[in-house]
Design a binder for this molecule. Structure first.
Ligand code: HEM
Length: 420
């Protein structure tokens, strides 16, 4: 049931501080899905937008890339990189047809389940290494799960895929934190505004990858930086800005997102001991469990589209140039699609969540994320003796990627079975 104190005139949807204090506004989204599925939200510092909250409506918008454009404005709210929300990088996420397709085709094939077969073993090693570092014999361990487990896996994996040497993984990790979490004071550099913090980190990443590109042009290897630096669009090598933006997107897109699915997944298991017991008893539920974790956590809160023409939708007149804000976590709790949408059911079937978006811009790294989550949870479930919260959880101050910044836990992990 919706909270009766809520009103369409006062609800909050996009303030990063709200997300840090309260988590996702599920009650607000539910009210919108029921009463105003296409809702004009104009109480911002910043530009107003149409909030789209139903599953089928987000799919309808996402599948019309010529009518609803990505280019002009990727996100709305205070974290947008400029007052109009324009993003000063040129990457897949803010490209439209026909360029989008041409750029995506450059590395798309490297992200199919088949092409990714070889990384299962690497992810397996990385996950074991991460868990061994927080397991002290048979003792109980208390630690911040985000910092020591979930934050490490995605950045190590993408760094490996790009070809970044191990010694530099920490650098990449810090720059990405500052880029994506720039709205959060913890990640801001002293004396710098959020936008300055973000720009400085982005520049540092660009410079780093510029150096790597020069190296791979001379000494190609079997990594993503080599593929991209040798790629051509219309017979010409990628311009430097587009090339740097590509690396930037790959590094940033999978980092905070997968991290939050991992932390949120462990939290869901701690909050639902019956589901944890079931997952440990029946390893065949690992895959559907990961899909359910993705549905429930939905780490991307919103992306924006811009209407290329006037269009009428649910009786509302959307004008050319106006923004539509797609709230993925709301779609993933839509009672029109999911039974008991607020319940974590690891055997949910079917599970048509759209945590990775849908249509033209469907997450290119979806299979990478699935491998990471399946491998990490397989290790955790096989070795976990018990787990419990060990302090207050802190949420990220962001209305783009939502999640958990710190999650102290106490757990006992059995040593890994020796490999046969
Ligand atoms: C749980 C983890 C992840 C979630 C929830 C997630 C979610 C998303 C979403 C919602 C989109 C935009 C879809 C749209 O606009 O229609 C997206 C795009 C993208 N993601 Fe992910 N993502 C995750 C992990 C990753 C990983 C690990 C990588 C890379 C290794 C990655 C790379 C990308 C790229 C390159 C795009 C842009 C695709 C395009 O515009 O054509 N993502 N992701």
């Amino acid at each position: 049931m919706s909270n009766t104190n809520l009103s369409l005139d006062t609800l909050e949807l996009i303030d990063p501080k709200y997300y840090a204090q309260n988590g996702y506004p599920f009650e607000e989204w539910k009210l919108l899905r029921e009463e105003a599925p296409v809702y004009w939200f104009d109480r911002l510092p910043g530009i107003p937008f149409w909030a789209i909250t139903r599953h089928e409506d987000i799919i309808w918008v996402s599948k019309q890339p010529e009518l609803f454009l990505n280019a002009p404005r990727l996100v709305v709210g205070q974290e947008a990189a400029s007052p109009t929300g324009e993003f000063p990088v040129r990457m897949l996420l803010n490209m439209d047809p026909p360029d989008h397709h041409r750029f995506r085709a450059l590395v798309n094939k490297r992200f199919t389940p088949r092409a990714l077969e070889p990384i299962w073993a690497q992810v397996d090693d990385i996950a074991s290494e991460i868990l061994d570092a927080v397991t002290f014999g048979s003792d109980e361990t208390e630690f911040d799960f985000v910092q020591h487990v979930s934050a490490r896996l995605p950045i190590w994996v993408i760094a490996e895929m790009l070809g970044v040497p191990r010694g530099d993984w920490k650098l990449i990790f810090d720059w990405t934190n500052r880029t994506i979490g720039a709205g959060d004071p913890e990640y801001q550099e002293e004396g710098k505004t959020p936008i300055e913090t973000m720009q400085a980190a982005r520049l540092a990443l660009f410079q780093y990858f510029q150096g790597m590109t020069e190296d791979r042009l001379k000494n190609p290897k079997d990594d993503l930086v080599s593929v991209l630096s040798h790629s051509k669009v219309d017979g010409e090598p990628l311009p430097v800005f587009e090339l740097m933006s590509y690396y930037f997107l790959l590094v940033v897109a999978g980092n905070e997102t997968t991290r939050n699915a991992t932390s949120g997944g462990l939290k869901l298991l701690m909050d639902n001991p019956d589901q944890l017991a079931l997952a440990q008893k029946d390893p065949s539920l690992l895959k559907p469990m990961v899909e359910e974790v993705l549905r429930m956590t939905s780490p991307v809160i919103h992306f924006t589209r811009t209407a290329a023409e006037d269009v009428e939708f649910h009786g509302k007149k959307i004008r050319k140039g106006e923004s539509l804000c797609l709230f993925y976590p709301s779609a993933n709790r839509d009672e029109r699609v999911f039974d008991e949408p607020d319940r974590f059911r690891i055997d949910r079937k079917p599970n048509r969540h759209i945590a990775f978006g849908i249509g033209e811009h469907l997450c290119m790294g979806a299979h990478v994320a699935r491998i990471e989550l399946q491998v990490m949870f397989r290790h955790i479930l096989a070795r976990l003796d018990h787990v419990e919260p060990a302090g207050e959880l802190e949420r990220l101050q962001s209305s783009i990627v939502g999640g958990i910044k710190h999650m102290p836990v106490r757990w006992k992990l059995r040593p890994a079975e020796p490999a046969i």
